[in-house]
Ligand binder design. Structure first.
Ligand code: 2CP
Length: 710
């Protein structure tokens, strides 16, 4: 390409456009300026172009033949209700073409509670399957040979009891632990940052991670000891550069923690795995996976491994949940298909495609089938599997790969300068950056700068109703409690005491392997809750209330007339009430998804409200007591994990008892068909996904003025 040819293009483009083509450049949330045209010139100085797939640094893929040799694993994340119901669902999916399992546990299990614990009344069996002991785990995999099927388990907080129960379920199926294959998420750093299913403080939590890496490296050679996850960061609003940098920096800290336990790098590095989100920026996402492999290989070089596999970033991907909309939900099928394509073009090893109704509820049979078939069609009908790394050499994608790698590396270095990721997480630096990005994203959506078809553009006048799956949570809980009682009645109490005593000792002394002790306890039929309690007594528990970001929403949204109008109304309300209107944003039950709650709380603060973001994991009584203590004028509940029908009416009643007259509003993932029940339960307004902050603020002000009360 000559300079003259490029100059000719520029002149022609300017004539066509009637302005310089540079004006078409778009700066993405990552801060990357994407130009309308890339040419060979853009490749001139890129250092990464020489590699081949199967060889370090693996930019072009971890396998020499990639999907031409073996397509990615179709691994749908699923689980709900009881072990029996989930088992039946898994078996149907496997018969229909799914290749690996990926278990979703309910939030009670995630947080280490048995199903009969009073704090988890609204959570049992809702966002995943309820597992209380080995007995449930055995039913979950009944008829599924654990020596043949690879099983991923998304578990972090209560990772010890759950992985132990899995190992024992395998044993009792006659499968040695050395033959078990799969992955445990076991990634606690991102829990402290964004996902919030932590139980113990950071230091013992890191020991748990390292003990699991240690145990699996020695005893479970086919098992991936960790799934170092950026997924939840992107879901929480992180840019792709943040997702890349924080995930890889987390990985580096896990490697250091494992080395400290005396392992050799090559004993465990080949079984570290990763997990990324794939959003709608198609080429950027494909480039992100290429950049991730390039950077991980660079990071791992510093530990001087001898095996090439130790430099390899193998990853699972999931299409983006946050990119899905409640409005015109069939559009989500299309979104998911494009995202799946990006993941495959980026060279993922394993993939989950979201169901179109996931912005509203758990997938139904129909939506789960469409989601699975989205991958099967991609694998079998489109020809994408024929060629390894088909985007290689693209001027644009190679440039993006480079720019993403450079930008992420700069952030990784910044984290290193702060003393590493564990320290940065403890100081709250990555969480703050992600929340700022999330708040900017919300402002861009509310302003219509980021277009979402069917939400802020081309919206339907009327939304046709969609059938969604509902779980009868009280029936699930009753069934779980029955099995718990049976398990407790049948076990040998003396053996149980010894096993739990040993687990406590290993935890307190710092000597011995926690997973080995948990396996003994699981064999003795200790429950998830009992093991978690023993560990909690040794380690303590963790809670955090980081400050909200300030002025980001109004800065990104602009201080135009619509913001001014809200501020004026807040001023009027202040005069009327005798104080600035006070809002408590509450999270109830074990639902730790707090992006929405924190973005809304921060934006309302910018608009002039006095906002308190309540602690996570409150019971309705606790939230009502806090509301009374603070003397708030309204309570806003953010619910993303399906506990609202149980918990929100309980909150309304608790408020009536404790501090009558405080209205409750609700937002998050709440299916339309639940609106009536919530309204009848005393909720004053419900804000579905996609509600602009300004609109929600006016609705709250209307309620305070007594103009809107259902
Ligand atoms: C693969 N293999 C091949 C080839 N490709 N052999 C020859 N030629 C090829 N072209 C071999 C591999 O070496 C491996 O054997 C086996 O086939 C399986 O391939 P894999 O690529 O390792 O795939 P996998 O078994 O599916 O494992 C993928 C991951 C694993 C990424 C490494 O960690 C995983 O499955 N992760 C899933 C995580 C997950 O489901 N997360 C859910 C998140 P060997 O093993 O013998 O080498 S839930 C999300 C929600 C939102 C949440 O977190 O809350």
């Amino acid at each position: 390409m000559t300079k003259k040819a490029v100059a000719d293009w520029r002149a022609l483009a300017e004539k066509e456009l009637k302005r310089p083509p540079e004006t078409l450049s778009v700066t993405t949330p990552e801060g990357i300026a994407v130009k309308p045209l890339y040419t060979a010139e853009d490749l001139a100085d890129l250092p990464h172009l020489d590699g081949l797939p199967g060889f370090a640094p693996f930019t072009r893929g971890v396998r020499a033949t990639m999907y031409a040799g073996r397509p990615w694993t179709v691994r749908q994340y699923a689980g709900f209700s009881t072990a029996e119901a989930s088992n039946a669902f898994y078996r149907r999916n496997l018969a229909a073409g799914q290749k690996g399992l990926s278990v979703a546990f309910d939030l009670a299990t995630h947080r280490g509670y048995d199903s009969d614990h009073p704090r988890v009344e609204g959570d049992v069996g809702k966002a995943g399957v309820a597992i209380d002991s080995v007995e449930d785990m055995k039913i979950l995999f009944d008829g599924i040979p654990l020596g043949e099927m690879s099983v991923s388990m998304t578990m972090n907080g209560a990772v010890l009891p759950v992985l132990a129960a899995f190992i024992v379920a395998g044993e009792e199926q006659g499968v040695a632990r050395s033959d078990l294959s799969g992955t445990i998420q076991n990634d606690i750093l991102k829990e402290f940052m964004v996902r919030n299913t932590y139980i113990y403080p950071p230091e013992p939590s890191m020991r748990i991670v390292a003990d699991i890496i240690d145990f699996t490296a020695r005893e479970m050679p086919r098992f991936n000891s960790i799934s170092i996850s950026g997924y939840h960061m992107q879901e929480a609003g992180a840019t792709l550069v943040q997702e890349l940098a924080f995930t890889l920096a987390d990985g580096r800290d896990y490697v250091r923690a494992a080395l400290k336990r005396g392992l050799d790098i090559d004993e465990f590095a080949g079984r570290l795995s990763f997990f990324f989100a794939i959003g709608m920026d198609l080429f950027m996402e494909a480039a992100k996976l290429r950049a991730a492999r390039l950077l991980w290989s660079k990071i791992m070089q510093e530990f001087q491994p001898k095996k090439p596999q130790s430099l390899m970033l193998r990853t699972h991907c999931q299409t983006s949940g946050v990119s899905l909309a409640e409005q015109d939900p069939m559009n989500n099928v299309v979104r998911t298909a494009y995202e799946a394509l990006a993941a495959v073009l980026g060279g993922t090893q394993s993939l989950h495609t979201n169901a179109f109704d996931e912005a509203m509820a758990l997938p139904s049979e129909l939506s789960a089938r469409i989601a699975r078939n989205t991958q099967l069609i991609l694998a079998h009908e489109t020809g994408v599997t024929r060629v390894v790394d088909p985007l290689a050499g693209s001027y644009y994608v190679e440039s993006l790969t480079h720019e993403l790698a450079e930008a992420a590396w700069a952030l990784i270095e910044e984290i290193e300068a702060k003393g590493g990721m564990t320290k940065a997480v403890a100081e709250g630096f990555p969480k703050r950056m992600i929340e700022e990005a999330a708040t900017r994203r919300q402002a861009a959506l509310d302003k219509g700068e980021t277009v979402v078809v069917g939400v802020n553009r081309y919206r339907l006048e009327e939304e046709p109703p969609v059938e969604i799956l509902t779980i009868d949570n009280s029936a699930v809980r009753a069934a779980q409690i029955r099995r718990l009682e049976e398990t407790r009645a049948r076990r040998d109490p003396a053996r149980l005491d010894v096993a739990l005593g040993l687990l406590g000792k290993v935890a307190e002394s710092g000597e011995g392997n926690l997973l080995a002790a948990a396996v003994e306890a699981a064999r003795a039929r200790a429950t998830v809750g009992e093991m978690s309690d023993v560990l909690g007594r040794a380690f303590g528990t963790h809670s955090a209330r980081p400050p909200l970001v300030v002025d980001v929403f109004t800065e990104a949204y602009g201080d135009g007339p619509d913001v001014q109008r809200v501020k004026e109304r807040v001023g009027e309300a202040t005069v009327r009430l005798g104080h600035v209107p006070r809002l408590l944003v509450a999270k109830l039950g074990q639902d730790g998804h707090d992006r929405g709650a924190r973005v809304v709380a921060s934006a309302f603060g910018d608009l002039g409200f006095a906002v308190t973001a309540g602690p996570l994991f409150q019971t309705p009584d606790e939230a009502a007591a806090l509301a009374g203590e603070l003397g708030v004028d309204v309570v806003g509940v953010s619910s993303l994990a399906a506990g609202h029908l149980t918990l929100v009416p309980q909150l309304v009643q608790a408020l009536e008892r404790q501090s009558p007259g405080i209205p409750v509003v609700c937002g998050g993932v709440i299916p339309r068909k639940d609106y009536t029940a919530l309204e009848e339960g005393g909720v004053s307004a419900i804000f579905g996904p996609g509600t602009p902050v300004i609109e929600a603020a006016h609705a709250v002000l209307d309620i305070l003025e007594g103009r809107r009360r259902n």
